[in-house]
Design a protein around this ligand. Sequence first.
Ligand SMILES: [Zn+2]
Length: 432
Amino acid sequence: MAILRIEGAEIITMAGEVRVESGWTLEAVDGAISYVGPADELQPAGEPDELIDGSGCLLLPGLINAHTHAAMTLFRGAADDMPLDPWLREKIWPVEARLSEDDIYWGTMLGIAEMVRAGVTCFNDMYHQPRVGTRAAEDAGMRMCPSGVLLGILPTAEDMLADAIEFTREYAGREDCCIHPMLAPHAPYTCPREMLERVIAAALDLGVPIHIHLAETDENVRWAMANYGRRPVQAMDEVGLFDAQVLAAHCVHLDAWDIEIVTERAVGVAHCPGSNLKLASGMAPAHALLQAGALVGLGTDGCGSNNNLDLLEEARLAALIAKVREDDPTAVAAGAALRMATIGGAHALHLGETIGSLEAGKRCDCILVDLQAPHLQPHHSLVSHLVYAAQPGDVCTTIVDGRVLMRDRELLTIDLDETIARVSESAARLFD
Ligand SMILES: [Zn+2]
């Protein structure tokens, strides 16, 4: 039995109302939270193997990156300030065709290092060769929802699908690890209907969610109207996509009916404001989705279109953009943004029973944020500070499944020097 105890921190549990508790303690046994509450009411499970003094810090659930392509750290800064379509076709896909296993492993590891340092404890990843990225996550002790990207327009589509299903089967339903697989048809415009139908059948058979890009750009809407006679969300509803659990990334271009479908069919949405701004995709109706009761989380998207994996920044952008989009400074308040970054993301990934809040019975994924920095003074509202003022460097401790991955800003499971050296080698070769 391994006991972890965190004492002395201010705590935001994200269970129910967003508020700060003082004088509370958290205890976890074998990676599961066993107690969160007043320190003097704790009935200790025993002597803690790991005792963390959280004085001067804020303890909260780990941040959840609901949509990314972690290995695309390799592409950071390689091609900026371009429209999405030529960016993918001319700059990204030709280089991706040459990626080796080592490139993907170390690119993913760099992404994980960046995320652990920024307080992310779970990431939803769509990429090539999912076994390789998953190995990086397992080596680092990170929680991951991996999926092999399916591009139905490629001649290798059949092999990709067979391999993705086989990979998913290896992890589906396993409760002994932090890997939660999905199936990932890239997008409606890259996956023919026949392939989507097979993916849906496989997802229902395996009991795993589907991860897809949906309604990201105006062009996506025009394509769906031309090919399905409907807007993207309505087209996918008609295909039967939402019979399975779905995490739809972006959802920028939604009308009122789309929002109704997304909400009623419990489609998880990964709102990616940084990527949407950089690629000029538009401003997603996050406020309307939240008002409707949709399951909305936040994603960074890949480093080619962001260019970082900082989920606090996404929370801040989500709050700021909603105000401009709605012409209303009360839209997506700090608490709503923090909810999207934590429990909202968990629900969007269909992992709301497992992670996303600090409650007895859930897995112990949490972070400590150091409150001493000048930009976090004075302490009028710690929720406001997290969303509007905090930086990744304020995160000092990151814990996944009860295991400390970073303590006092020191990475314990990742060799950062080696990771940077390996990624530099890969980048030099790939972009020669
Ligand atoms: Zn993406």
